[in-house]
Design a binder for this molecule. Sequence first.
Ligand code: ACO
Length: 326
Amino acid sequence: MKPVFSRITGTGSFLPPRRLSNHDMATMLAERGLETSDEWIVERTGIRFRHFAADGVNASDLALPACQAALAAAGRQAEDVDLIIVATSTPDMVFPSTATLLQNKLGVHGCAAFDVQAVCSGFVYALTVADAMIKTGGASCALVVGAEVFSRILDFNDRTTCVLFGDGAGAVVLEASAEPGILASDLHADGRHSDILCTPGTVAGGQVVGSPLLRMDGQAVFKLAVGVLEQAARNVLERAGRPPESLHWLVPHQANIRIMMATAKKLKLAPDRLVATVAEHGNTSAASVPLALDVAVRDGRIRRGDSVMLEGVGGGFTWGAVLLDF
Ligand code: ACO
């Protein structure tokens, strides 16, 4: 019997049409008596634009066109899918899962569908779970999705966080294959740091108890992120028996260009091997890695057979990496 690998056969993404520049954010904040500027945001983060979903548009609504594009790229129909995993921290509802709502919107029924909650590492976690299910025969054609509406949980009275995030969705079709594929994964979490990046509110007694808005200690996140991203990348390379110089592309979580450049530098990767979409998308949490991957596939940078490192880091604190041959 041939060994079973899992391989990405199609990518897709979707951004809601409302696009806000840093100038738009500065105007919005000025109305609240807060000051920010294009210069501050670009210099500290590399972000120039972000997209916000319209009222009533949920994570599953953004995920649907991303999945349809990924299915078309893979030459697959929704009926071919036997597993749907959605990584999100901004689900449509407390329950059922966004994955089941997405399944219904795709017009298919019966296949396994569930959400993964690992904040900005969510897509890397979801991809690793789908890979394991395919390798053990539990699925053969999976939709792995990152979809977020972070605009819903932003505190527009907190200039230190609200300028950083945006909404969007990205998806891949992951299929059983005789050829690799995903080569190695490395996932981690450290709950001791759960308070440096969180949305602490919960629902109890028919009310939201605690703040339903995101809060972050940016400097604490920054310091942790650079170290763990380098380590996770080295772990997967070692597991796959590949040297860092064999990498064609690094597609990290798109939070801050300085974190991404620092990671590339530590891996001695030339800056043009880094896929960076943070300027255009802002930080879309679990959607950021599949969004960036889809951009680089569609503009022709990432080609079949290229060695690609995906990396996530975020709330939890969580982090991880997946090494694959595209
Ligand atoms: N506009 C103008 N000034 C601002 C703004 C703003 N939007 N936000 C903060 N400032 C001010 C602060 O008040 C502070 O002023 P002060 O010196 O008078 O007190 C000054 O700018 C510097 O603030 P710092 O917080 O020290 O700025 P820093 O250089 O650390 O940059 C940032 C902040 C961009 C958040 C950075 O720490 C960072 O990127 N951290 C990592 C965040 C991250 O990666 N998050 C995502 C990972 S997980 C996930 O995606 C969910």
